[in-house]
Design a protein around this ligand. Structure first.
Ligand code: UD1
Length: 380
């Protein structure tokens, strides 16, 4: 069974790593890896391939940045001839980025089976570009692999055939568990001058709704500078945010050192970190503030309190079973909730169902079994 696996943006690389490794262990499965090039900087792409020990992609579509229509259209245009010549049995996509949707549509239009890993998640906020990507990708997928029960429930409500839905756990957690020994040895603490007993918060922001409006971003920074009087904050800055902050006069090139570090009012701004350094940094943090999806999940497994600076989450299990709280993006609330969290002891660390580091194996089991059945073989 020949499976073309698609990655485009940073979180995709993390999800794909355990899947590619699991496929390579199965004699009946032949994986091809296609990178759309949606993320292309060394820090946003290549570093992740090294950290996660993923082999170089077989194809790079070199799509790069642009409007959603441009990115989606270019992935479709450039992937289509590859699918035409490879004639794979399946295209597997992960997550909810533009590359995910573009590849799913291209494959289904060619009559190729589509598998979606991390299906069924819904924020019910259609102003999020990822929500549109999730709904449309799921609508054309034949195998829907869900990470949590809400995914199954959402898909059933949308009328999806239950036979297509498989609750397998979370490949992002597989990646975290598989690389634990390596991220535990990360030099990031020395780089940042953090000792074993340092108390610090980690901040990430990149959602267009939070960062594209400079006024809104400015009010975030003001609230975070106030919080930084209570606890130092480390802020790995996504390129989208760097552009905005630079416009506001933060992050002057002259202020940054050779690691791209710049200290301002208790906040250490640094260039985007690789996977191992980032997970290590979160693993010892006192608090995580984020608008990312995956970090809500990683914080849950690492047992680190997480405040999500959005009005919704598509990953409710991180709230019901994990360390996550959805606090919105009102600057006053960010400060109040952060201080409240810092005043509370750390709670017990629980894992959501099936977040046990074996999701990729379950997915590959299901695909392999389907291959055997379609070839008229007896079950393994
Ligand atoms: C994308 C995904 C988002 C995911 C995020 C992870 C979509 C709609 N969004 O958002 O779901 O959470 O990736 O980071 O697919 N840029 C660089 N170098 C890079 C990549 C981007 O400088 O390697 C800059 C470009 O100026 C670009 C901007 O960042 O315009 C945004 O990149 P883009 O891929 O459009 O979306 P993200 O915000 O990264």
């Amino acid at each position: 069974m020949h499976i073309v696996n698609i990655v485009g943006a940073r979180p995709n690389f993390v999800k794909m790593a355990p899947l590619i490794h699991a496929m390579l262990r199965r004699p009946g499965l032949t994986p091809t890896l296609v990178h759309t090039g949606q993320h292309y900087d060394q820090a946003m792409s290549e570093q992740f391939f090294q950290d996660l020990e993923i082999r170089p992609p077989d194809f790079n579509l070199g799509v790069g940045s642009g409007t959603h229509a441009l990115q989606t259209g270019q992935v479709m245009q450039r992937l289509d001839p590859i699918l035409e010549s490879l004639k794979p049995d399946m295209v597997l996509v992960v997550g909810d980025v533009n590359s995910t949707l573009a590849a799913a549509i291209t494959a289904v239009k060619r009559g190729i089976l589509v598998a979606h890993v991390e299906a069924g998640l819904r924020s019910f906020d259609r102003s999020m570009p990822e929500e549109i990507n999730r709904i449309l990708t799921d609508a054309v997928s034949d195998f829907l692999f869900v990470t949590e029960d809400s995914g199954r429930v959402n898909l059933l409500k949308e009328g999806v055939d239950p036979a297509k839905i498989h609750f397998v756990g979370n490949v992002m957690i597989d990646a975290l568990q598989n690389s634990r020994r390596r991220w535990e040895r990360s030099p990031i603490f020395d780089t940042l001058g953090l000792g074993p007993s340092s108390s610090y918060a980690v901040l990430t922001l990149h959602r267009p709704s939070n960062v594209d409006d400079t006024g809104r971003l400015a009010s975030f920074v003001d609230a975070l500078e106030t919080l930084a009087r209570h606890i130092p904050i480390v802020f790995p800055v996504h390129p989208r945010v760097k552009q905005q902050l630079t416009r506001r006069g933060h992050l002057g090139v002259a202020q940054a050192d050779s690691y791209g570090r710049c200290h301002e009012k208790g906040i250490t701004y640094i260039d985007p970190l690789g996977y191992l350094d980032f997970v290590a940094l979160v693993s010892r943090a006192r608090l995580v503030l984020t608008d990312s999806g995956g970090i809500q999940e990683e914080a849950t497994i690492l047992g680190i309190p997480c405040l999500t600076l959005r009005d919704t989450t598509e990953r409710p299990v991180t709230v019901t079973h994990g360390t996550n709280r959805i606090i919105g993006s009102d600057p006053n609330r960010i400060l109040d909730e952060s201080l409240k969290t810092l005043g509370q002891p750390l709670g017990p660390n629980t894992a959501p169902p099936l977040w046990d580091g074996r999701a990729a194996e379950r997915i590959v089991d299901i695909l392999d079994e389907d291959r055997r059945q379609s070839q008229g073989m007896t079950p393994a």
